[in-house]
Design a protein around this ligand. Structure first.
Ligand SMILES: [Zn+2]
Length: 338
């Protein structure tokens, strides 16, 4: 029996453990410093044909095994023909996945680098991550057609940036909005219908756009997910990705990231000819709503009073030449939702 040097991830801790993996009849045995594991042949799947080759368990938490030697997969298939890969992957794609594995490994070993490494992640992957997370996050919530005023605002706020932003209105009464990697932004009808002007909506969107362009959710993801989970996400089937998408969708940003999104969002508004005062008015609105019942937005963001001060500070140094947003019926008439 051939045995291979490997890295084992237990799905909880982010640090890899050195391992030796031996494919054999019945499954694969994995020696790690604390003992020997045995994965029966039908308890895992090939998450990446590599190199590196990666296996991931079907049960949660997803444990994974990463082996650099491509012959490892041949041995797995020899003992368990069901794991034969149906078709060869596109070589460019394979190289891309290996790069992702290497990046994730680095990010895991050196968490403080995650924020830096995130700039190496291609935008197309962020878009895929965002799409998966969006689907997982909004499962069961009807999605409404986007009112034209939203497109107008996004065009004003984002002039030829690197992401193409897609704002979706969700038919739910919670007072909240969120941003996902790659440019997916969600605004709940409960928030949209409480905002008092298109400028206030622009203020909310400017903040969320900054979360995307500053890659807050993508770097949080790199810090949070194990290599196995990351590989599953980029190479795996939609089913396996759903759970990870849910995790991603529920990530909270640090206070520092929120402040950065507020300050940069205020500057973005000013550049677009929209007075950042609108942002302060949004926080006042949220505070007044909180007197009755704290809106979801406040539970995922720092206290509104502190944020108002930050914006005041930022606005003090800005020159703004306001241009009105087009006159539109406000709030935008409800579009069809399904
Ligand atoms: Zn935020």
């Amino acid at each position: 029996m051939l045995s291979f040097s490997a890295h084992y991830f237990d799905g909880r801790l982010t640090d890899p453990v050195p391992a030796r993996a031996t494919p054999q009849a019945g499954g694969v045995s994995i020696e790690i410093p604390s003992g020997t594991l045995f994965w029966p042949g039908d308890s895992f799947r090939v998450a990446g044909a590599g190199p590196p080759v990666s296996l991931a368990t079907l049960a949660q938490p997803v444990q994974s095994l990463v082996v650099q030697d491509r012959r490892f997969l041949d041995q797995i298939v020899y003992h368990h023909p069901a794991h034969a890969q149906p078709r060869r992957r596109n070589p460019a794609l394979t190289a891309a996945f290996s790069l992702l594995g290497a990046l994730a490994l680095l990010a895991i070993s050196l968490p403080f680098l995650a924020g830096f490494l995130v700039i190496l992640i291609p935008n197309s992957w962020e878009e895929r991550l965002g799409r998966l997370a969006f689907e997982a996050h909004t499962q069961g919530t009807p999605v409404c057609a986007t009112p034209p005023i939203i497109e107008t605002i996004v065009e004003r706020l984002d002039r030829g940036g690197e992401f193409s932003f897609r704002v979706t209105v969700l038919d739910d009464l919670q007072v909240n909005a969120f941003a996902l990697p790659g440019g997916r932004i969600g605004v709940y009808r409960g928030l949209l219908e409480r905002l008092r002007s298109p400028e206030e909506l622009a203020a909310v969107l400017a903040h969320e756009i900054e979360h995307v362009t500053q890659r807050h959710s993508t770097s949080a993801l790199l810090r949070t997910l194990s290599l196995g989970a990351l590989i599953t996400l980029v190479t795996g089937e939609p089913g396996a990705a759903t759970e990870i998408g849910r995790q991603l969708a529920s990530l909270h940003f640090s206070r520092q990231a929120e402040e950065q999104a507020d300050r940069a969002g205020a500057r973005r508004l000013a550049r677009a000819g929209i007075h950042p005062e609108a942002m302060i008015r949004v926080f006042e609105l949220l505070e007044s709503l909180a007197a009755a019942a704290p809106p979801a937005y406040l539970s995922t963001h720092p206290p509104a009073a502190a944020r108002r001060e930050i914006i005041r500070d930022e606005v003090a140094g800005l020159k703004v030449f306001s241009r009105p947003l087009p006159d539109a019926a406000w709030p935008p008439p409800r579009q069809s939702c399904r």
